[in-house]
Design a protein around this ligand. Structure first.
Ligand code: SF4
Length: 369
């Protein structure tokens, strides 16, 4: 988005989403590559790529080369422990699990330093959310076997701090201003800590392609990391990324954000509360049944449609039929919402049961009593 000085900037700490025009500029000005048909065919099982929710990447070809030559490669991501999982955080978590299934070793960080710098949450206060968040991703299928994954808290991991201090020498005020604009110093520090997170797989286990699945709003961190990796760790691969469009808030706001309670429900909420929020979600429906049948709905604006597309309708054909049915006024919001709510509640119920059994394991992995 364009700031007051008419410069195009993304702010990874703001709540703004990015539209199609911004994506076009990212591709042109910052060198993000679009996911072309040849990549889509290679990972056709990945519904986020198939449905163009993941629309762009950096250095994904390094990963395919590693797969073809049976070399090791990594997927790295993490979560800021500032609240429970929601549908927005689910996207990244599923991407990590998906890449791990494709053969990557998964590196997952609990970003508690960022939680402190961005939200003022102390490391101790963050512990319960850290346990909870890790149990969520374990319940979603992350394999925590040490051969297949490494999980850490930023505040306890010497490698990330060490990298932060080392590369910090190469960072100037002009660089961080150009990438992030003027921010509290702690956020610059948190950005350098993230550089540490992203290169940790290569510091720990040797040079290897690393892919970081992120929402497009996180690209500034990737640009900084790639630049510093290239200059400081000359034998390392420049870390790559896949970029997904952020799921907007239930109320149609830019994204599901902990800063806007109307925009999301958490995975820990009572089912009745989730149901109520979904019933009130923004749709692309008309004022009444007659208008809907005459004019058709607008699925592209509809949160019910988007939630199904991102997470709860596995069949592309059915999704396409529903889109068409909506546009033609044959599908009505009441019945469509009902289907969506049933699926979401079923998922949450099963997820909560799985997760409960993984809390102790999560505690143990994080070394929290
Ligand atoms: S029919 Fe479904 S997709 Fe269309 S606007 Fe209503 S809820 Fe959304």
């Amino acid at each position: 988005m364009v700031n007051e000085n008419n410069e195009f900037k993304i702010d990874p700490w703001s709540s703004s989403n990015i539209d199609d025009e911004d994506i076009e500029r990212l591709v042109k000005e910052f060198g993000i590559e679009r996911i072309g048909e040849h990549i889509r065919q290679k990972v056709i099982d990945n519904r986020f790529i198939r449905r163009k929710i993941i629309f762009g990447h950096r250095s994904l070809n390094d990963v395919f080369k590693a797969i073809d030559s049976k070399q090791h490669w990594a997927v790295m991501s993490g979560i800021k422990p500032s609240g429970p999982f929601h549908l927005g955080t689910l996207t990244t978590a599923l991407e990590i699990v998906e890449f791990q299934k494709m053969g990557a070793k998964a590196y997952y960080c609990i970003a508690d330093i960022e939680g402190w710098e961005d939200n003022g949450i102390s490391y101790e206060e963050a512990e319960n959310d850290a346990i909870d968040n890790l149990a969520d991703i374990l319940a979603l299928g992350l394999d925590s076997n040490p051969e297949n994954s490494y999980i850490w808290r930023q505040s306890k991991e010497p490698i990330v701090k060490d990298v932060c201090f080392k590369v910090g020498r190469l960072v100037t005020q002009a660089m961080v201003n150009a990438i992030y604009g003027e921010k509290p110093f702690g956020l610059y520090l948190a950005a350098l800590i993230q550089v540490g997170d992203i290169v940790l797989p290569q510091v720990m286990d040797g040079s290897q392609p690393t892919i970081v699945p992120v929402g497009i709003d996180q690209d500034p961190h990737l640009r900084l990391t790639r630049d510093l990796t290239e200059r400081y760790y000359k034998t390392f691969f420049k870390p790559g990324a896949t970029y997904h469009r952020l799921l907007p808030g239930l109320d149609g706001s830019d994204k599901m954000s902990k800063r806007n309670p109307n925009s999301y429900f958490t995975f820990n909420e009572p089912l009745e509360s989730i149901e109520k929020k979904l019933k009130g979600a923004l749709t692309g429906g008309r004022r009444n049944k007659k208008e809907q049948q005459e004019l058709g709905g607008e699925p592209q604006k509809c949160m019910i449609y988007k939630i199904l597309m991102y997470h709860f309708e596995p069949d592309d054909k059915i999704l396409a039929e529903e889109f068409e049915g909506c546009v033609k006024g044959e599908l009505l919001c009441g019945e469509h919402k009902k289907t969506c709510i049933e699926r979401v509640l079923k998922f949450i119920k099963e997820h909560q049961a799985k997760k409960e059994k993984l809390i102790d394991k999560s505690r143990e992995i994080l070394g929290i009593q």
